[in-house]
Design a protein around this ligand. Structure first.
Ligand code: FE
Length: 342
């Protein structure tokens, strides 16, 4: 099996602009990735096997990779940039990093809502911002929506991470899109009023907060829960087993979904290879690998999914175009500031 060259760069090296070994050879592809899943290697290997194109990978933090591409300018070896969350893809787009790609394969395979309207970037996996609760304390029939998180009946019961996290920014961006900024602000204020504690920790810590009794309700992306469920650590599994997961808004617009995605970089030295890579990511084979690496949902229908995910059955997903999450990001940040959501 062909091995691609995977270069995991420490942050300091990224900042210093250490050289990225590459050439303009036609049978190469340079991927800058902010994804850190071991399974991604399987993705690159499968692409190389199918096309003969060698993949060089530079991994780093999303914002650092964006800065690096900007700094490298015309001379950047970057062909593709991959990251998670539409809000981050939007940031890259705002820095004019992406070329517009028109591809019949991508247009056909990916749902409209999962790609940028001008082909600047594309979503290849889906993550749900789910609600978790203690079934002994919360009546499952009463907690159904993101809007419910702001209901005064849950005062002092909600655990949710800080507002500088892109996942919450994108969630609020979706509420702005559906309800308008004013109502979205009232919602954010309501959630702040209902917080069980000042925001701390990551998504997993919110779920653990429910298990420990610090809160009765938490918000987290679904795959953090699956990680706990499938953990080698018994205490983690007990955490997962003591909470219930709920996909909100099933009676109206559906659960808020975000994406893992990628775009072709402007002036990519291997533009055609880059487009070919994105088309490959939309294939059944790649979709299964791409999504399963982090227990995410594929964006293409009919692809095998993780056992746990399959056990949840069908559910309704918000079909708001993910690019709106980026467009409303600055407004979301301002609202968080105003309501004192730290
Ligand atoms: Fe995450």
């Amino acid at each position: 099996m062909p091995q691609s060259n995977r270069l995991v760069m420490p942050l300091a090296a990224l900042v210093a602009g250490a050289a990225f070994a590459t050439s303009a050879a036609a049978d190469e592809l340079n991927v800058y990735s902010a994804r850190h899943y071991d399974s991604d290697q399987a993705l690159y290997d499968a692409f190389t096997e199918e096309t003969g194109i060698e993949v060089n990978v530079l991994e780093g933090d999303s914002d650092q990779l964006i800065q690096r591409i900007e700094r490298e300018g015309q001379a950047s070896p970057a062909d593709v940039m991959m990251t998670v969350d539409a809000g981050r893809l939007w940031r890259a787009e705002q820095e004019d990093i992406f070329a517009s790609v028109s591809s019949e394969v991508l247009a056909e395979r990916l749902p409209d809502s999962m790609r940028h309207p001008d082909g600047k970037w594309f979503g290849f996996s889906q993550r749900v911002r789910a609600i978790f609760y203690n079934p002994d304390e919360v009546d499952a029939g009463e907690l159904n929506t993101y809007e419910d998180l702001a209901d005064p009946r849950y005062e002092g019961q909600v655990c949710i991470r800080s507002s500088n996290n892109i996942y919450n920014q994108s969630l609020l961006a979706s509420l702005i899109a559906h309800h308008g900024a004013e109502e979205a602000e009232a919602w954010a204020q309501g959630v702040v009023d209902n917080m069980a504690r000042d925001p701390e920790g990551g998504d997993t810590d919110q779920i653990k907060g429910v298990a420990s009794g610090e809160c009765d309700i938490a918000v987290a992306n679904h795959y953090y829960y699956v990680r706990l469920l499938e953990s080698d650590n018994e205490a983690d599994r007990e955490v997962a087993e003591s909470v219930e997961i709920m996909f909100p808004n099933q009676d109206d617009r559906g659960a808020h979904v975000n994406i893992g995605g990628a775009g072709v970089v402007q002036n990519a030295p291997h533009h055609d290879n880059a487009v070919r890579f994105l088309e490959f990511l939309a294939s059944d084979e790649a979709q299964a690998i791409f999504a399963s690496g982090n227990h995410e949902f594929p964006v293409v229908d009919g692809v095998d999914i993780d056992e746990v995910l399959a056990s949840w059955g069908d559910f309704k997903r918000d079909e708001l175009n993910v690019s709106v999450l980026g467009e409303n990001n600055p407004e979301a940040i301002k609202i968080f500031d105003r309501v004192g959501w730290r």
